[in-house]
Design a protein around this ligand. Structure first.
Ligand code: FAD
Length: 1008
């Protein structure tokens, strides 16, 4: 965790503490002081407006030449064609095989209305691209045109469409990317179109997933610095090109939980880069990335800024994101750092490039509030307030990165002089905005210039554009003919004042995500090192988890008690039973620390897994409570007049719930509360490995108001389960565990002639596959594979067991995967750094290790693990054929096999043929591949372009079919009815004194 940054005497430390106050503070609170800072006096506003109108005119003029702007104008991102085209560009260049490339083209171009774009643009280039797309659409879109396509293929030797699209994509690459190499980029900066501008080059690409990738990025940054240094002119550092660096490219685990490892390593690498930049006398700026990384980056920046070896060099800078609530305070921090170290520091103010993914992430984490603003105008206000601070700061050299004419005009108004700051813009964007200012008026502007191979870079840049292509963005609004200049240039301060700084109404707080149905379970910001530290210490303190509850020896008395309790419990109004669940959820939330500690110490859960475990249990309680109250009410059904028909959903009797050790609180609670809220009484048997956490759950349920005899804990092994399910008084069984045990239970429920036929809800395992085609993004695949296969040490029913990679990209994908495995940490689950903990018990360990040893000649990769403890080394095992795996191995053992292009359907069929049907993953950029797999896969949960684990209650109801379970799905709308007896009462109302309703009908429709 943090090292030197907490020198209590340092000015930066004070600024640091300040930052915490606003990190998750309510938006109005944060905005209030910013609004005052950003407010323009009426005369200022008039001048700003006039300048902005001039800039707008420049920008519009620039649009006539800027290809990207033309493109955006013609293919706006809210048109399906615009999105289709960019999606094609995102994936096309990395697809090696013609067959898949054609499918991708057909997928993306197939549905667009390209004809309507013919000849619409001012740009010849855009128009010719459109013509290519019209032709492409005609060729790929219709069956009868297939012959024409074939004729063309045979005539030209290579498919015409693919060739044309390939050329268009390369053209796009040139537009977005300054150069494939740093030399090429420097040369291009000398062209007339860039006259007067400087550049900051970035060797951009995806975040590194492996150490060799990180080394490669480091080398290319270093080379770039040296080359830019050699090419530098005589001017000052400011007057020369610079280099920007993304720390996520330099370490595969740039994560708060890995602070102790990644921060020192990154500091060392950045130090080397900074020294090289100082030697070359050029600037080096650290880009701003996701907000959870802010503090780590500050720690690193602080360490570098203070280095004596860099004395005299004023080129070391950083970027700050105005969409973050901590923005203004980060500027205070930077100013304090710069003045303390006696240097002037370039600071680039940006709005922030990860807005939507950060909002989503905060929602997933269940944070108390967002670390970012939720309204575009709030970001604009913050940007202006920060700009003012920067312009007034003594030790900061401001750089304002924006394509927004109003933002730029305000800065021009406030800046003391033209040379006291620089503007910055992205290569390929905002052309025209700054040309006049730079060439005629003496302002400075730097172009942020991505450098690298188009194949990797185009995908990255287009994704950024798609992710940030919100309609609220200035360059997009500019292209909207419906918007007037007044609307475009409306004062953001006015907008924020009008709504009193409140959060965007369509972006609920994470805790209100599921309202009005239910509150979301509260999360913990484990990406805040203070929280992580506190949680870790709390868990360590609670390592003594006490004795196990005694196993039961005779279940009969428990069944007697639960049977006796049934009539009263089932007779309670559903609202009262649901009330118990809601109170239980609150109790779980209150005792989250203890429950997490139990999950870690008893079930070997890692810290994030333990948190997820408790949150899921809470979500189950609240979700089922809501479902029960809404759906278990008596329902009047239609019928002939003079009759009343009412359907009631009632408890069946005593249920047995048998839970697994891998979700000892979540699944245990889910089963139990579902049975309870539907009016049943429950005997709950936890797994023998995890009885303590179950006992605690039951204790809390009693505290929440569930009568002691309505919920009885029955700890013990298989014999207890067998005794329970074998008792004819049991009215239903909810079971999660192995397929073999589920079958045994099913048999036992049928034994005995007199035994009623009772329901069994079984959730079992699966041989879960993930299918990856050649359009998938390797970095994303690898991250999702690691999580799905090795997270929770592979001990999830949903875990990935069989990775099926398209042959053409298998080598590359496997190389990245094995490299990324090297960055995994196997160890004590109570340690915050641990990714993979031990397996649950000796039996599991021995079974997995024996199988792993038997497959030794097929290992592609395995990891070293601590000697002490039941650590099964995460291992990647190559199979000759995907059919070779027929058994579920419940641990961190991942199998990989390949499939051939064009055989997607057959691949799904072969996976189906295994008989399991729990989860399946697909990574593909071809939407029709998703449709096909959805139509053909016989699985309960299909995950596309994401990991395969972590189903959310109410969002991703979970459960399988075939050998994987009976359904219905836990956390879904059809779960509760399966616990109920459905009873209908029909009453003939005419037989008891006539049909009053019929007799009293008034005449209607007679026009009287
Ligand atoms: C030279 C340069 C370097 C850059 N370096 C970085 C960097 O290091 N790190 C980084 O993250 N980004 C970086 N960016 C990207 C930058 O963050 C912005 O995405 C981009 O500049 C858009 O801002 P704008 O003023 O041009 O456009 P505008 O259209 O005025 O603003 C768009 C921005 O507003 C914000 N926004 C949109 N909707 C909302 C909403 N509902 N609530 C709150 N905010 C919203 C987002 O930040 C979005 O990007 C850089 C940009 C440039 C030009």
């Amino acid at each position: 965790m943090p090292s030197q940054m907490h020198d209590p005497d340092s000015a930066t430390s004070a600024a640091w503490e300040h930052m915490e106050e606003v990190h998750h503070a309510p938006e109005p609170e944060v905005l209030l002081p910013l609004v005052e800072r950003a407010r323009l006096a009426p005369d200022e506003r008039a001048r700003v407006e006039a300048t902005a109108l001039e800039l707008l005119a420049d920008l519009r003029e620039g649009q006539r030449t800027g290809w990207v702007n033309q493109f955006l104008q013609e293919y706006r991102l809210n048109s399906s064609e615009g999105v289709a085209l960019l999606s094609l560009a995102e994936a096309f260049l990395r697809v090696p095989d013609p067959d898949t490339a054609d499918r991708l083209i057909s997928d993306k171009l197939g549905d667009g209305d390209w004809r309507s774009h013919r000849g619409q643009s001012h740009s010849q280039l855009v128009n010719s691209a459109t013509w290519g797309l019209v032709i492409g659409r005609a060729l790929v879109g219709q069956q009868e045109q297939a012959n024409a396509l074939k004729r063309l293929i045979s005539r030209s030797g290579e498919p015409f469409v693919r060739q044309a699209v390939g050329a268009a994509m390369r053209m796009m690459g040139e537009i977005f990317v300054m150069g494939r190499t740093i030399d090429e980029a420097i040369r291009r900066m000398k062209k007339p179109e860039n006259r007067g501008f400087t550049a900051s080059f970035d060797m951009l690409g995806e975040a590194a997933r492996t150490f060799p990738d990180a080394d490669r990025y480091f080398e290319s940054y270093l080379r770039a610095i040296e080359t830019v240094g050699k090419a530098r002119g005589d001017g000052t550092t400011e007057e020369n090109h610079s280099v920007s660096v993304k720390l996520s490219a330099l370490h595969p685990r740039y994560e708060v939980a890995q602070w102790g490892r990644c921060v020192p390593a990154l500091t060392e690498m950045l130090e080397a880069l900074a020294e090289a930049a100082a030697k070359a006398q050029i600037g080096l700026t650290v880009d701003a990335e996701e907000s959870e990384r802010l503090e780590m980056s500050l720690d690193i920046i602080e360490a570098i800024a203070g280095l004596p070896s860099l004395k005299g060099w004023n080129g070391f800078g950083m970027a700050i994101q105005a969409y973050g609530k901590r923005a203004q305070r980060t500027i205070g921090w930077a100013e304090a750092l710069a003045s303390r170290t006696g240097r002037s520091m370039p600071v680039r103010l940006v709005k922030g490039a990860y807005w939507d993914s950060e909002i989503k992430h905060a929602q997933e984490m269940g944070l108390s509030d967002y670390p970012l603003f939720t309204r575009k105008a709030a970001t604009d206000v913050c940007y202006l307030a920060c700009a003012k601070d920067m312009l007034e700061a003594k030790s900061i050299r401001p750089a304002f990165a924006t394509h927004n004419a109003l933002t730029a005009a305000t800065i021009i108004e406030w800046a003391p002089d033209k040379r006291s700051f620089e503007f910055q813009r992205l290569h390929g964007m905002g052309e025209g905005l700054f040309e006049r200012l730079v060439r005629d008026e003496g302002y400075r502007c730097r172009i942020y210039a991505p450098v690298g191979g188009h194949r990797d870079l185009l995908a990255y840049l287009v994704r950024r554009l798609l992710e940030n292509g919100a309609n609220s963005s200035f360059v997009h609004q500019l292209a909207d003919e419906q918007l007037t200049d007044d609307q475009l240039l409306a004062d953001p301060v006015d907008k924020i004042v009008a709504v009193r700084g409140t959060r965007h109404p369509s972006i609920p707080l994470p805790k209100d995500l599921f309202m009005p149905q239910r509150p979301n379970s509260q999360g913990l910001d484990l990406e805040d090192w203070r929280v992580l530290k506190r949680v870790k210490e709390g868990i360590a303190k609670r390592s003594d988890i006490g004795p196990e509850p005694d196993p039961v020896t005779d279940v009969a008395p428990s069944i007697d008690r639960a049977s006796a309790a049934f009539p009263d419990w089932s007779a309670l109004p559903v609202e009262e039973r649901a009330g118990c669940l809601i109170r239980l959820a609150d109790l779980f939330e209150e005792r989250r620390g203890e429950l997490m500690a139990l999950a870690v110490h008893e079930a070997n859960k890692t810290i994030p897994d333990a948190l997820a475990e408790v949150r899921e249990a809470i979500d189950f309680c609240r979700y089922y409570a809501g479902e029960a109250v809404e759906k278990l009410q008596p329902e009047e059904l239609p019928g002939p007049t003079g009759e009343s028909n009412v359907l009631r959903m009632e408890g069946r009797g005593v249920w047995t719930c048998i839970a697994p050790w891998n979700f000892p609180l979540a699944i245990f609670t889910g089963q139990v509360v579902a049975a309870l809220v539907t009016g049943n009484t429950v005997i709950a048997k936890p797994a023998p490995q995890t009885p303590r956490i179950a006992a605690e759950a039951v204790r809390l349920a009693h505290k929440a108001g569930v009568p002691k005899d309505a919920l009885i804990l029955a700890p013990g092994g298989p014999e207890v389960g067998a005794a329970l399910t074998g008792d004819p008084r049991i009215a239903g069984v909810a079971f999660t565990g192995s397929t073999a045990t589920a079958k045994k239970i099913a048999h036992s429920l049928l034994e005995g002639e007199d035994r009623p036929i009772v329901p069994l809800i079984a959730e079992t395992g699966g041989v879960n596959a993930m299918i990856v085609d050649s359009t998938a993004l390797p970095e994303q695949v690898v991250a999702d594979v690691l999580l799905s296969a090795f997270g929770s040490a592979g001990q999830r029913c949903s875990a990935l067991r069989l990775l099926l990679v398209q042959e053409e990209v298998a080598d590359q994908m496997i190389e990245m995967l094995t490299g990324a495995m090297d960055a995994l940490i196997v160890g004590d689950p109570a340690d915050h750094e641990t990714d993979v903990g031990p397996v649950i018990d000796d039996a599991a360990y021995e079974k997995l290790m024996a199988y792993r040893a038997a497959m030794k000649d097929r290992w592609l990769k395995t990891l070293d693990v601590p000697e002490q403890g039941r650590f099964v080394p995460p291992t990647l095992i190559r199979l000759d054929s995907m059919d070779d795996l027929t058994t579920e191995w419940f641990g961190p053992l991942l199998h990989v096999a390949t499939w051939r292009s064009g055989k997607l359907e057959e691949t799904v069929r072969r996976v189906n043929a295994k008989g399991f049907g729990l989860t399946m993953g697909l990574h593909s950029r071809i939407a029709r591949a998703g449709d096909l797999v959805e139509a053909k896969a016989r699985v309960g949960n299909l995950y596309v372009n994401r990991s395969m684990i972590g189903a959310i209650v109410g969002s991703q109801p979970f459960g399988g079919e075939g050998l994987s379970g009976t359904g219905p799905k836990a956390g879904g709308p059809h779960y509760l009815p399966r616990f109920c007896a459905e009873r209908v009462t029909s009453i003939d109302t005419t037989s008891a004194g006539g049909n009053a309703a019929l007799l009293s009908l008034e005449d209607v429709g007679l026009g009287l």
